[in-house]
Design a protein around this ligand. Structure first.
Ligand SMILES: [Zn+2]
Length: 355
């Protein structure tokens, strides 16, 4: 059974599922980027509203524009979910946590779910240390785990909405003790409740990819690898030369989430000082899928758009939440991948992960 914002459903009712998305979100930029850290050529974006005149720049520097992360418009959220439904979509896993505005908006999720007919799974958990609420410093991993368990079994705040996924993260360029505390807490809550967990990881050079440290922690804490998915797996430096990172990760038995579909960074993304993202397009993502299938890991792949920013939304000229279902089958065809794998990745794999 899966906790959705409208109650429990059986996993075989999930349909085509996006494993890493954001519906309502308040900007994350002010939490971890200071205006003086923004490279000079993007400095003007910091307080500029997203507009047709800066759209291309904001796409390349998504995390340097405060307004880009402000996604609280109700009609726009309905538009995205309607587009997903029209494309054949069933379920959106919304991994937004409190630091990104979850608590300000979670009460609206049942409404947009009802209007659009899309199942929404809400999250408990925390992002990386710079975004932690102050109380985390005083809490033990066991106490944090109890907070997560309460949100999964009783509900988020007083809403009665039960979380169906646990979100964690690594700090950009380092894995801090506070990050480790959250991952330990998530491991405890995962084992107690059975809901899957995921980690936002940054990319890096092959020998340095920080995701392996998370996988080691999960192994030490006896978390079933089949209840874990590693988000943003495609953020590996020179992905096509370094398939070893995702393949070694898949070999540990965890799910890999290729979840930046529709976000094209052919020239890189201007966030390297705040965590490595690298240069990828949808073609690179589908080539990674092809390689994972060739290695026998077709059961380990899930996907999403990580639809966190205005520039990804239909209202701002973006590809919208229907993008994967509308456009990626064509890329499978173009790269010679059998369409049955598309169904496996979008429907069957997330169903197993969440069941
Ligand atoms: Zn995300």
């Amino acid at each position: 059974m899966v906790n959705t914002v409208l109650g429990r459903i059986s996993a075989n009712k999930m349909g085509a599922t996006m494993a890493h998305e954001h519906c309502f979100m308040d900007s994350d930029v002010l939490l971890h980027v200071k205006p003086e850290d923004v490279p000079k050529r993007f400095a003007h974006l910091f307080y500029e509203p997203v507009s047709i005149a800066n759209l291309d720049e904001v796409k390349r520097a998504a995390r340097y524009c405060v307004d880009n992360g402000n996604n609280d418009n109700f009609a726009e959220r309905v538009q995205e979910l309607n587009a997903f439904k029209a494309a054949g979509g069933g379920t959106v896993v919304d991994v937004t946590v409190a630091a990104y505005g979850r608590d300000n908006h979670v009460h609206k999720l049942p409404q947009v779910s009802k209007i659009s007919g899309v199942n929404i799974v809400a999250a408990t958990g925390h992002m990386f240390e710079a975004t932690h609420p102050p109380r985390i410093k005083e809490q033990t991993a066991e106490q944090v785990a109890q907070d997560f368990i309460k949100e999964i079994t009783e509900g988020i705040m007083e809403t009665g909405i039960k979380a169906g996924v646990i979100k964690t993260a690594l700090s950009p360029n380092r894995f801090t003790d506070a990050d480790k505390k959250i991952i330990k807490a998530a491991a405890i809550a995962q084992k107690e409740t059975g809901v899957p967990m995921t980690t936002h990881t940054w990319g890096d050079r092959p020998g340095k990819w920080p995701g392996f440290k998370v996988i080691e922690m999960l192994q030490r804490n006896d978390v079933d690898p089949k209840k874990f998915y590693m988000s943003h797996i495609e953020w590996t430096e020179r992905l096509e030369e370094n398939w070893g990172v995702p393949i070694r990760a898949a070999a540990t038995g965890v799910y890999l989430c290729i979840d930046n579909f529709g976000r094209d960074f052919p020239y890189g993304s201007a966030v390297n000082e705040h965590g490595y993202i690298g240069c990828q397009t949808d073609v690179d993502r589908v080539k990674l899928i092809k390689r994972l299938i060739a290695e026998g890991y077709e059961d380990m792949i899930v996907v999403g758009h990580d639809s966190a920013y205005k520039v990804q939304k239909l209202a701002y000229g973006g590809p919208g939440l229907g993008h994967i279902l509308n456009s990626v089958p064509n890329l499978f065809k173009h790269l010679g991948i059998n369409q049955r794998y598309f169904k496996k990745i979008t429907v069957h794999n997330p169903q197993k992960l969440f069941s």
